[in-house]
Design a protein around this ligand. Structure first.
Ligand code: ACO
Length: 429
């Protein structure tokens, strides 16, 4: 990383600050010495102009609609790669050779089972619990079952924890689903690939044979690839912040899952489907567009807009194609797809959305695809968590292995009461 210098004048004082150059993308001003030099903090709620870390994993150019994993365009990875190859790339920085891939697949596959006692842990939940609530708890609970991989200072334990997490998260996700519908858990089957195994654990029942549909398996694998990492988004930043205190990786990923659950983040695909259901028919779209534009109405078009993409989300284009493949394969004619296509068409021609650069994001189409595959809406964000686990781990690992990393401790602009005297209860009015 090359450096130059810039200067900033505040309160009549000029301070020199290093400017760090990234490989691509905007340069950053290193403001770490600002407080000691000026007594002032910077103020950037929502991190709209703040780089919280240095990273080599994922690059997004939001204006150009570009997403790169370790330098490779998402379109090429989605077309030619598979999800475990993507995991390897994100974790280790390079595409695997044939032997490396075979070894990685083997390691992940051999860790797919979970401690049998975890199955009893599930029984404590109500059947109608949201599967994301179950996932937050179950992933956090992994640290209670796998003590031997929680020492983050030990590289071997870090590797084992990473492998366990990528391998076990589909098993836990499938268990959360099976539990919610009252069906027995299906154990992993290690002669299947990662995504086919997951589909089987979700949809097989012990009394019947289950044949994985390769078109659906490939489509879901591609969905996993598209969701695998997305630089310093809310859940990833949550994982990094949690991990910066030295917390164990299972607890950090549980924190990431909690953050992902929100409708402004991973919960958006569930929210998109609910919105499309509410709209119901293409004729009702103008009413909802008007609501989305109304400042006094909190309604937003779910699946539109993105903090970073001010252009078409490149993942949304691949997702749209995947949706069509799945619907064709299953022979599904979904009226919600018609509503979605018309909504997209109208929004892309509407002055409000054009001016604010609000384009469809990946979640706009993923819900329809997952619904066609028979996943209930409550599982959509869970599938996102399955895919994003590798991104969280890669980012956590990068942070732990960075010798310059510090505990994350943002400061604040305090606008509350200044110091005042305690008032005894008898004297309060
Ligand atoms: N519908 C209508 N108006 C919108 C929408 C939307 N979906 N998104 C943003 N706007 C408007 C805002 O009202 C705001 O208008 P203003 O400037 O007149 O006040 C302007 O566009 C900018 O919006 P912000 O909320 O400031 O943008 P921000 O970058 O903070 O938010 C976000 C990004 C949260 C994704 C937002 O666009 C949104 O809520 N979208 C819907 C939820 C969604 O699809 N989330 C998925 C994100 S992708 C992911 O997590 C995988």
């Amino acid at each position: 990383m090359t450096e130059s210098k810039g200067s900033i004048t505040v309160g009549g004082k000029t301070v020199d600050l290093p400017i760090k150059k990234g490989a691509v993308g905007p340069d950053v001003i290193d403001i770490r010495s600002l407080y000691s030099s000026t007594g002032m903090f910077t103020y950037d709620p929502g991190f709209t102009s703040t780089a919280s870390c240095e990273s080599k994993i994922t690059y997004i150019d939001g204006d150009a609609g570009i997403l790169l994993y370790r330098g490779y365009p998402i379109q090429q990875i989605a077309e030619h790669g598979d999800f475990l190859e993507t995991c390897y790339l994100l974790l280790y920085g390079e595409l695997p050779t044939g032997n490396q891939k075979a070894d990685f697949d083997y390691r992940i596959t051999r860790h797919t089972m979970i401690h049998e006692q975890m199955a009893r842990f599930f029984q404590a939940f109500r059947r109608d619990a949201h599967p994301m609530a179950v996932m937050v708890a179950a992933v956090g609970a992994l640290s209670a079952f796998y003590h031997d991989s929680t020492n983050i200072a030990d590289p071997t334990q870090r590797l084992v924890a990473s492998t366990r997490m990528i391998a076990k998260i589909p098993t836990l996700a499938a268990m959360a689903y099976k539990y919610s519908i009252g069906q027995p858990f299906i154990y992993p089957k290690n002669d299947l690939d990662y995504t086919s195994n997951f589909l089987r654990m979700c949809f097989a029942v012990p009394c019947e044979d289950y044949k994985v549909n390769p078109v659906l398996s490939r489509a879901l694998d591609r969905i996993f690839i598209l969701h695998a990492d997305h630089e310093q988004n809310a859940s990833t930043s949550t994982v990094r912040l949690s991990g910066s205190s030295g917390a164990n990786p299972f607890a950090c990923i549980a924190a990431g899952i909690a953050s992902l659950w929100g409708p402004a983040h991973g919960g958006a695909n569930e929210a998109v489907l609910k919105m499309l259901e509410e709209i119901g028919t293409p004729e009702r779209i103008p009413h909802f567009i008007a609501r989305a534009k109304d400042k006094d109405d909190p309604f937003r078009l779910m699946g539109f807009g993105h903090r970073v993409y001010k252009n078409y989300d490149p993942r949304a284009k691949i997702m749209q194609m995947t949706t069509r493949e799945v619907l064709n394969e299953l022979g599904v004619k979904d009226r919600l797809l018609d509503v979605a296509l018309e909504l997209e068409r109208i929004a892309l021609h509407d002055e409000y959305f054009i001016e604010k650069k609000l384009y469809p994001n990946i979640d706009f189409y993923s819900g329809i695809t997952l619904k066609a595959m028979n996943f209930p809406t409550t599982m959509f964000t869970v599938l996102f968590a399955v895919a994003r686990t590798v991104g969280w781990i890669a980012q956590w690992k990068e942070m732990i292995e960075d010798p310059g990393s510090k505990i994350g401790r943002p400061r604040q602009l305090y606008t509350g009461e200044p110091q005042r005297e305690y008032v005894p209860m008898s004297k309060r009015v």
